[in-house]
Ligand binder design. Structure first.
Ligand code: ADP
Ligand code: G6P
Length: 354
């Protein structure tokens, strides 16, 4: 084992469609680990990689085997496995996991071409984020933990409009058309990966406002698989019971339409899960401490850490609702999983490698 601390690299997979909050999630995650991740210094300015003291985040778009022109010629989208090199992805993630540096290609999002490779050294934590981290069985087996961001079509549409129309000047029709064009491949190759995820963050329109179609108030569900080693699902009040909680009142300010939490056991693709749900949004983020004090198994290092993280990044999208809250919680759970994995490998290196 050639990695710096002898413990090997812990590999995390984060899957979602593009524009669904992966970068925001990564910023919350690396913050939990104590440092912001930055692009590699002195390298290609169009590199997609982010590096912090502990964590390296690589974007799986770098494993596109067909560049933009190639995809056009062959009539395939970036979501199609035919446009991606899973053999190389597997070889490189495997090498990094066993402590060996790799020369990873760079997909240049500006030019749509493949740029010369960059050297990636084995970090303590490797996050592979993108469209297909759980698609290839070999790559999937290398993951120590996996997350799927499941953004419903209504919400995806609202976010795309906000970004592409407001910030990039696209028309409503062109946004609609691009979502529609991606949908068949999304349904065929991206969405099915959620069945393999250890945690899924599902983002849906609120049910607190009848017939809401604005997509501003969100109902967010954190689906946590049972029986995953070193991952103990978070619970509300009483583990394993079914609970519905409206925290609005003396300790939590809520304006219309309020906030509703639910928690309970469920099944997801035939597997046992716990689901924590938050519908609605916070008026005052500092009052989140009241909610935090009713949640257990948060893997915080001190009382109030969730609230502190949320306040620290109050400017990130989703900080006033369940997307930010659950991304922060999953970040803490990953830190805990990492620490437990490292401790277990230090105890029995042979057994942990098996
Ligand atoms: P990705 O890395 O998957 O492309 P980003 O994290 O860059 O996604 O988010 C893309 C855009 O989607 C953001 O600029 C924002 O407009 C919107 N967005 C992402 N997450 C949220 C959220 N939790 N709430 C509201 N909008 C969001
Ligand atoms: C990346 C993204 C895809 C996006 C593509 C654009 O690969 O991950 O989500 O669709 O770039 O590809 P295009 O063929 O439209 O240039």
């Amino acid at each position: 084992c050639a990695s710096s601390d002898g413990a090997g690299t812990v590999v995390i997979g984060l899957a979602a469609d593009s524009g669904c909050g992966k970068s925001t999630f990564m910023r919350r995650l690396t913050s939990v680990f104590g440092g912001a991740a930055e692009p590699p210094k002195g390298g290609n300015p169009d590199s997609n990689t982010l590096i912090s003291d502990t964590t390296t985040v690589i974007c799986l778009d770098d494993y596109h085997s067909l560049d933009r022109t190639g995809r056009k010629e062959k009539g395939v989208t970036a979501l199609d496995p035919k446009a991606n090199d899973f053999d190389l992805m597997y070889d490189q993630v495997k090498a990094l996991k066993s402590g060996v540096a790799v020369e990873k290609p760079i997909y240049n999002h500006v030019t749509g071409l493949l740029d010369p490779a960059e050297v990636i050294k084995p970090p303590k934590i490797l996050v592979i984020e993108g469209l297909h981290p759980m698609f290839d069985e070999r790559v999937r087996k290398l993951l120590d933990f996996s997350i799927y961001l499941d953004i419903s079509n209504e919400v995806k549409f609202a976010w795309k409009i906000q970004r592409d129309m407001a910030e990039r000047g696209h028309s409503l029709e062109s946004i609609k058309a691009s979502i529609e064009a991606r949908k068949p491949d999304f349904d065929a190759y991206i969405d099915p990966q959620k069945q393999y995820a250890d945690a899924v963050i599902e983002v849906l329109p609120t049910t607190l406002i009848p017939d809401d179609n604005e997509g501003k108030v969100l109902r967010v569900r954190l689906i946590m698989k049972e029986g995953v080693k070193f991952f103990n699902p978070v619970y509300l009040f009483d583990e394993g019971s079914t609970i519905s909680w409206i925290p609005c009142g003396r300790k939590l300010t809520c304006s219309y339409p309020g906030i509703k939490f639910t928690y309970g056991p469920d099944t997801y693709f035939g597997q046992e899960v716990s689901v924590l749900e938050m519908d609605g949004q916070f008026d005052r983020l500092d009052e989140l401490i009241y909610v935090e004090s009713h949640l257990s198994n948060l893997s915080t290092k001190f009382y109030g850490e969730v609230t502190q993280q949320m306040l620290k990044h109050a400017d990130f999208p989703g900080s006033n609702n369940g997307t930010g809250l659950f991304q922060t919680i999953v970040g803490l759970k990953i830190r805990d999983l990492f620490e437990q994995l490292v401790a277990s490998k230090a105890k029995s290196p042979v057994e942990a490698k098996a």
